[in-house]
Ligand binder design. Structure first.
Ligand code: AMP
Length: 338
């Protein structure tokens, strides 16, 4: 999206942000939720928003409530509260970083009195009583920081919230490398550093792995294949997950190991579910969008980072053939790719 359109959209969305702040003020109880299988942006944006609202409105009852958690992101101190159905009746549910209701981790969202959606995914299936969606944004964390900055006369922030938001921006941009990064992203990161983020500690939490885990990374690089036109892919089988003692989160990370191969402008990991016939698909690309392939296989997300689900190896082959064809067409019609 060009700069001028982004500025127009941002101005238009000011009113929506104001409505969200007013809605937040009008409730005593706020429940914040995110997508299942949470990543850094999901954990960072929900915890960061909760902290900003707790500091700004100490009299309110505010919780981040979800049904699954990330071991990798445990350093962001998730709230693991569980509440009975009745608790939701007079609450405002704020869904962050979640494109569709089906992807919400907390299935009780529908019991809340009203729903606000704050998100940066492509908005195929809108939901919520108020929704603020900016799909050009690098991350939901960037949006939460923008929300804070817009109303900073009324809102408060601290180093914990800054840590959460910085971690989310950092991870969702692949360490500030993806094409979704723009001046707003770097200004947000700078603002968060000014508030007080311990960069060395955060990078250590995000980047360090046990040595044993690198053996799995080596296996991925050995077993991965490349299609005729340059789609790198790996199938992380149930057996492989057992052999290396991988959590679902660790097995899913395999997609990131294939991202720096010259000529492979799309790369895909298929992760078999150890308990059923579901196969999670994680699709990544540079220069060309990959979301169109994901949306043909029960998925969605962003142009260059999307997810999908398939159920057997025929579907894997079908998806790979479509991705390979898309890469072939893109390479034939464009020059500036590598
Ligand atoms: P993943 O590879 O699962 O991290 O997904 C990449 C991005 O696409 C993330 O922002 C996800 O939230 C989003 N995503 C993954 N799967 C889906 C789906 N089935 N529908 C919509 N968005 C998705």
């Amino acid at each position: 999206m060009d700069k001028e359109t982004i500025e127009q959209m941002k101005q238009k969305n000011f009113e929506v942000k104001k409505q969200i702040l007013e809605k937040i003020k009008s409730y005593d109880k706020l429940i914040i939720g995110r997508h299942f299988r949470p990543d850094g942006d999901a954990v960072g944006s929900t915890n960061g928003l909760a902290q900003i609202l707790k500091l700004s409105f100490p009299e309110k009852d505010i919780h981040v409530v979800n049904e699954d958690y990330s071991d990798y992101l445990a350093f962001l101190d998730d709230d693991k509260s569980v509440f009975p159905d009745e608790y939701y009746a007079d609450a405002l549910f704020i869904a962050v970083d979640t494109g569709t209701v089906e992807r919400l981790s907390n299935k009780k969202y529908c019991l809340a009195k009203e729903i606000v959606k704050i998100d940066h995914h492509v908005d195929d299936k809108p939901y919520g009583d108020i929704f603020w969606v900016e799909d050009w944004r690098s991350s939901a964390c960037e949006m939460i920081f923008d929300f804070y900055e817009t109303f900073k006369d009324e809102l408060k922030i601290d180093a914990y919230a800054a840590k959460c938001l910085y971690a989310g921006i950092n991870t969702d941009t692949g360490r500030f490398r993806f094409s979704s990064v723009n001046g707003d992203t770097l200004r947000a990161a700078a603002g968060l550093l000014d508030i007080g983020v311990d960069l060395e500690y955060i990078q250590a939490c995000l980047d360090l792995q046990d040595y044993d885990y690198y053996k799995f990374e080596a296996r991925v690089l050995t077993d991965m294949k490349i299609t005729e036109n340059g789609v790198a892919y790996i199938i992380v089988t149930r057996e492989m997950q057992k052999e290396y003692g991988l959590t679902n989160e660790q097995a899913s990370n395999s997609v990131s190991y294939m991202g720096s191969i010259k000529g492979c402008i799309a790369w895909i990991a298929f992760i078999e579910n150890p308990f059923n016939d579901e196969i999670r698909v994680r699709l990544r690309s540079r220069f060309m969008p990959i979301i169109g392939i994901a949306s043909q296989f029960r998925g969605g997300g962003h142009d260059n980072a999307a997810g999908a689900t398939v159920y057997n190896h025929d579907e894997i082959n079908d998806l790979l053939a479509k991705a390979d064809e898309a890469v072939k067409t893109f390479k034939a019609e464009n020059n500036d790719w590598m």
